[in-house]
Design a protein around this ligand. Structure first.
Ligand code: 5GP
Ligand code: ZN
Length: 136
């Protein structure tokens, strides 16, 4: 895609700090890291979100994440690692070229706190699960 910043990185029009590359997938450091070592894993071909990715390519992205993750643990001394994909604008996706964020974590680093809620009732929870199930 012409205007896509990640396609430009794939094409070499914009430089990146490459970490790993395969025939169909590229991994490089995020230019605005949440923490040092924050890495992005992207398909070379342009797909917008997780739901657009062909299964085989998604599998290759996972292989690359597992490989690169080992290096991130070793080099950054992280003791944990979050894997996140923002899909669509409402979920915070800024670059519409599907990408996994690999975010190295340490105990007590205070990053990404998430407040969890409770369902009104057990019934409400099971009802919602059944609704989603029947939508599949
Ligand atoms: P999103 O919010 O779409 O999930 O994440 C996009 C990410 O891409 C952001 O974390 C941002 O810092 C990163 N990013 C945007 N432009 C560039 C760039 O030109 N080079 C690199 N390496 N990262 C970028
Ligand atoms: Zn793209």
């Amino acid at each position: 895609m012409e205007e896509c910043i990640f396609c430009k990185i794939v094409n070499g029009e914009i430089p990146c700090a490459e970490v790993y590359s395969s025939d169909s997938v590229l991994a490089f450091l995020d230019i605005g890291p949440i923490v040092e070592g924050h890495t992005l894993v992207i398909p070379r071909e342009h797909y917008s979100t997780l739901w657009d990715l062909p299964q085989e390519l998604a599998g290759e992205m996972q292989r690359v994440m597992q490989k690169v993750g080992v290096g991130i643990f070793q080099v950054t001394g992280a003791t944990g690692l979050n894997v996140v994909m923002n899909n669509y604008k409402s979920a915070g996706q800024v670059v519409p070229h599907a990408h996994w964020h690999l975010i190295p974590r340490r105990e007590g680093d205070g990053l990404m706190p998430v407040e969890q809620k409770q369902y009104e009732s057990q019934e409400a929870m099971y009802e919602l699960a059944a609704k989603i199930h029947s939508a599949l």
